[in-house]
Write a protein that binds this ligand. Structure first.
Ligand SMILES: Nc1ncnc2c1ncn2[C@@H]1O[C@H](COP(=O)(O)OP(=O)(O)O)[C@@H](O)[C@H]1O
Ligand SMILES: Cc1cn([C@H]2C[C@H](O)[C@@H](COP(=O)(O)OP(=O)(O)O)O2)c(=O)[nH]c1=O
Length: 217
């Protein structure tokens, strides 16, 4: 058994995840936790190579899904499970909810096949052979797609996913909402259309409510 915690960050591109993950890692470290900060697709040398292909090379939805799960399996085996076994807090920028949202809802890939692949990729990698690894908490940055698009257009050159039209992100956002409805105990919705300071305060309050940070008065 492990005392570690697996916390994932999710949301459409431009929702504001990356703006908060470092600060949360710092707060957790200040509270005495050892934190592994990582991301998907990526987090290992192999998975980072796959990330490069996923973000820049054109491919069909099945190829995309296979690469995403291959990267995830390697990441779980080499980084996430060992960190959790050491009792660390793992903060991961995206995980399987992104696959259901982007490949499933966004690109229309079969959700039942995704569920099967999820089970296959996330089982038998840790100390408990029968356990299917899932996040303990998913921080879902929810923002209207139009707001996210506006933020992104001001921020950076788009990759293959970010250059999709706003209708794609409307489907992706719906995919996240469906995943959240299916696992309400695991998901915490962060209203990411708020100003940055309020988003940070809400985030901190959620993590504190789970006992990983002190409650602020
Ligand atoms: N609450 C916010 N209000 C306004 N702009 C924000 C907010 N949070 C993030 N941004 C800006 O929006 C852009 C996308 O944020 P980012 O954290 O990179 O999103 P993500 O990692 O979810 O794609 C960045 O330019 C960032 O500075
Ligand atoms: C994990 C994952 C990410 N993605 C996509 C979503 C993002 O557009 C992209 C990379 O995610 P991200 O790390 O959020 O990129 P950035 O920090 O540049 O915003 O990969 C999927 O399509 N499926 C997945 O399973």
């Amino acid at each position: 058994m492990t005392n570690g915690a697996f916390i994932t960050f999710e949301g459409i591109d431009g929702a504001g995840k990356s703006s908060h993950i470092d600060a949360l890692a710092q707060a957790l470290r200040a509270a005495g936790h050892t934190v592994t900060l990582t991301r998907e697709p990526g987090g290992t040398p192999l998975a980072e190579k796959l990330r490069g292909m996923l973000l820049h090379d054109s491919m069909d939805a099945l190829t995309e899904t296979l690469l995403v799960f291959a990267a995830r399996r390697d990441h779980l085996r080499c980084v996430i499970e060992p960190a959790l076994a050491r009792g660390e807090v793992v903060l991961c920028d995206r995980f399987t909810d992104a696959t259901f949202a982007y490949q499933g809802a966004g690109r229309g890939f079969d959700l039942e096949v995704l569920s099967y692949m999820e089970r296959l990729a996330q089982t038998g990698v840790g100390l408990q052979p029968d356990l299917m690894r899932n996040p303990d908490l998913t921080l879902w940055f929810d923002v209207p797609p139009e707001v996210a698009a506006q933020r992104l257009s001001a921020a950076r050159a788009p990759d293959r996913f970010e250059s999709q039209p706003v209708e794609f992100f409307t489907r992706v956002a719906r995919g996240y909402a469906d995943r959240a409805a299916g696992a309400p105990q695991r998901f915490a919705r962060i209203d990411s259309s708020q100003p940055r300071e309020q988003v940070a305060a809400q985030l901190r309050a959620v993590v504190a409510a789970h006992g990983w940070l002190a409650q602020t008065p």
